[in-house]
Design a protein around this ligand. Sequence first.
Ligand SMILES: *Cc1c(COP(=O)(O)O)cnc(C)c1O
Length: 355
Amino acid sequence: MKKHNFSAGPCILPQSVLKQASNAVLNFNDLNLSLLEISHRSKDFVEVMETARSLALEHLGLQNKGYHALFLQGGASMQFLMTAYNLLENKAAYLNTGTWSDKAIKEAKMLGEVVEVASSKSDGFNFIPKNYTIPKDIDYFHCTSNNTIYGTQMDGFPTTDVPLICDMSSDIFSRQLDFSKFSLIYAGAQKNMGPAGATLVVVKEDVLGKVTRNIPSMLNYRVMINKDSMFNTPPVFAVYVSMLTLKWLKELGGISEIEKVNKQKAALLYTEIDRNPLFKGYVAYKEDRSIMNATFNIVNEQLKETFDSQVKAAGISGINGHRSVGGYRASMYNALTLESVQVLVDVMQEVERIG
Ligand SMILES: *Cc1c(COP(=O)(O)O)cnc(C)c1O
């Protein structure tokens, strides 16, 4: 039987998507060729790329609003550098909410001045800073919507006149937002979309072309836009599977429908974490809790072994916390079912009973 996969990333994908993806590896579109052995310039693959890009914009409600959707390589980590390369002329502001923001800041500092408007670093990133001021004389403001490692998530986003850039790697397509507030959104595929290897970048036309530096082709959004994400050979499999997942999401009714399920899953688990005296959440304030990644600890370390073995026996996989935080982390991405969360909650209750 398939495990209940709570892995933080790479992570669970819809079973139907995995089946179609495996078929395409053997025989893609009834061509009697593998998806992996045809030209990326072939009509069949170009259509995959076009569909993936247009579905991404459609889900975000950004069609015909001056945005380009790109599928690039190098992971979200490459975007830490690429955003700065393309948009940072003098000064940018960053909100530091976790390891990923911290890394983005480090890259941006190579290209200009960086103002850290607020940080929760000294508290182990266990909350989202609020009431910070965004300077006016900056090229953009960068934030991370969901902090995969710590289990915090931004609820509101600042209203500002400067371009907003957001790393949405671990919560893209999971909840409805006014995505038109953002000038640039990026997300590595492997958390809610597909296999590692592709990164979605959604960039608004009007923020480009403002820096004076020379930008190497592979780091240049303009080049990627002009070449329809095919400047060089794209990660064909990762793009194909991402397309399948975006189709799957559309058939389910889109972000607004999946958001309902995601909220149910999160409510089920957090209610148990709060109720069960054996467990304690990692995040300091309830309003900062992520609906994607729930982090928690077991209060009585002596019961850890019992819990771990019950977890294993129940077919639950991937709930160990990130090595920098410890404890547990249950990631509840789009493809994870409410039933899987119920199985975890049942185990938590069982350990309370026998403990
Ligand atoms: C996983 C993750 C990253 C890093 O993604 P890579 O594709 O491995 O570079 C960056 N930001 C966030 C929020 C993440 O969850």
